[in-house]
Write a protein that binds this ligand. Structure first.
Ligand code: GCO
Ligand code: MN
Ligand code: MN
Length: 413
């Protein structure tokens, strides 16, 4: 093939995108509670060891492009949109006003707000550092984010503790640090109760997000399970207001079964919000788009969520790869991520209705019908053939994933 000059590259990408087919319309996409983060679309590709490969994108553009794609909700960190020197100053409200106008103009809703407590130098010792002024500053930031959330009409606040941990052990008193961290969340929830009255709105849902490693070497709340224990520890003034925002990849990173981790959150009624992306087990936080690495596992995850009535928000917390251009972020990254999610979600519905799956699962639950529960050999024999259904259902899930249940076949003949 002859080289493709730069002027012909965008048309090529567009043509191959439409050759892919299978895209849903913006109206269809808007029916799902899918949220698009400011930071994901604005990510310039500058991860550790990497210079940026894209130019910056402001919130006006992100909101407009999300609207065109059919992503009906937007979310942001405070400092994604407000310079850190302006946060909590009068000038932040001018920016918030522009955000409101932009959301309104494009028919997009702000779903969630979150506080950046990991990037700025003030958080070098973490959001619950020893120095009381750092903790007081962090609490003010959290309260301010709640205020912005009400102003923008958000329903969720997310807390990724980020730098809550250490590189070397010995100085940080873990129980004390956890109590200090709870003080920050309590300040946010108590402020929320007051703002909710003032704005005549319900309080926000406060969602904790765990990541097992990065950016600290050791993390004080590394998993969703650790956060569940924290929520129920007695340290929180309003544990009912606090739940989880698990991230698919963050659970995979420590080697979990994501589905099982979500199952525990569901059992505790604490699955409030879900960051959707993909990646690899026991590696770093590559934030690849949903379904590009583990589509079968994703199908399984969505079957669980649908079975337990979790309908979102599904937050597209991923980083378009450095190889994708500014144009590609909105032409390829976001629409394809949304469409894979929708496809997997609808496929999960098919799994739940599938006659083979249903009968196999019911049969396993019916068991072999032994009445003498002290007869161990009898119980084994009675279930021996039935248990083969575990593997059969796994095959059936694969068939549904590749469309083989609808007769799609491959053959060397
Ligand atoms: C990550 C984190 C963040 C958080 C965000 C919201 O992977 O770095 O998941 O993207 O989701 O900070 O609080
Ligand atoms: Mn991540
Ligand atoms: Mn996340």
């Amino acid at each position: 093939m002859a080289p493709i000059p730069p002027s012909q590259q965008q048309p090529l990408v567009e043509r191959l995108m439409s050759a892919c087919g299978g895209a849903y319309s913006p109206d269809v996409r808007r029916k799902y509670f899918i949220t698009g983060p400011q930071w994901a679309a604005a990510y310039e590709g500058n991860a550790l060891f990497h210079a940026p490969t894209r130019t910056s994108v402001d919130f006006e553009r992100v909101i407009e492009e999300y609207a065109k794609i059919g992503i009906g909700h937007w979310c942001t960190h405070d400092t994604d949109v407000i310079p850190s020197t302006s946060v909590m100053k009068d000038e932040q409200w001018e920016i918030v006003g522009r955000i409101k106008a932009s959301l309104q103009k494009n028919g997009v809703q702000c779903s969630m707000v979150t506080t950046e407590t990991f990037h700025h130098a003030v958080f070098a010792g973490g959001p619950a550092a020893e120095a009381p002024e750092v903790r007081a500053y962090a609490a003010e930031r959290l309260k301010n984010t709640v205020h912005i959330g009400h102003e923008l009409g958000a329903s969720y606040a997310v807390y990724w503790p980020g730098s809550f941990g250490y590189y070397t052990a010995g100085t940080v008193d873990e129980p004390q640090a956890l109590k200090w961290y709870a003080d920050g969340l309590n300040a946010a929830c108590n402020a929320d109760i007051e703002f909710a009255k003032k704005y005549n709105r319900p309080t926000l849902k406060h969602c904790m997000e765990a990541k097992p490693f990065e950016p600290q070497a050791e993390i004080l709340l590394p998993t969703s399970d650790a956060m569940l224990a924290f929520i129920f520890s007695g340290l929180l003034d309003h544990p009912d207001m606090v739940g989880l925002n698990p991230e698919y990849l963050h659970e995979l990173m420590w080697g979990a079964s994501v589905r099982a981790a979500l199952g525990r959150a569901l059992l505790c009624k604490k699955l409030f919000h879900f960051d959707i992306n993909d990646g690899y087990r026991l590696k770093h936080d590559v934030d690849i788009a949903v379904g590009l690495v583990n589509p079968l596992d994703w199908l399984n995850v969505l079957v669980l969520l649908r079975s337990y009535g979790f309908n979102g928000p599904f937050n597209l917390d991923y980083k378009p790869p450095r190889t994708t251009s500014n144009h590609g972020v909105f032409a390829v990254s976001f629409p394809t991520a949304v469409d894979r999610f929708i496809t997997l979600w609808e496929m999960a519905g098919e799994v739940m209705e599938d006659a083979v799956m249903k009968e196999a699962i019911e049969a396993l639950k019916a068991g072999g019908g032994v009445t003498d529960i002290h007869d161990v050999d009898g119980i084994v024999k009675a279930n021996a053939e039935l248990l083969t259904l575990h593997e059969l259902t796994a095959h059936r899930l694969f068939q549904i994933l590749v469309g083989a249940h609808k007769g799609r076949t491959y053959s060397i003949a």
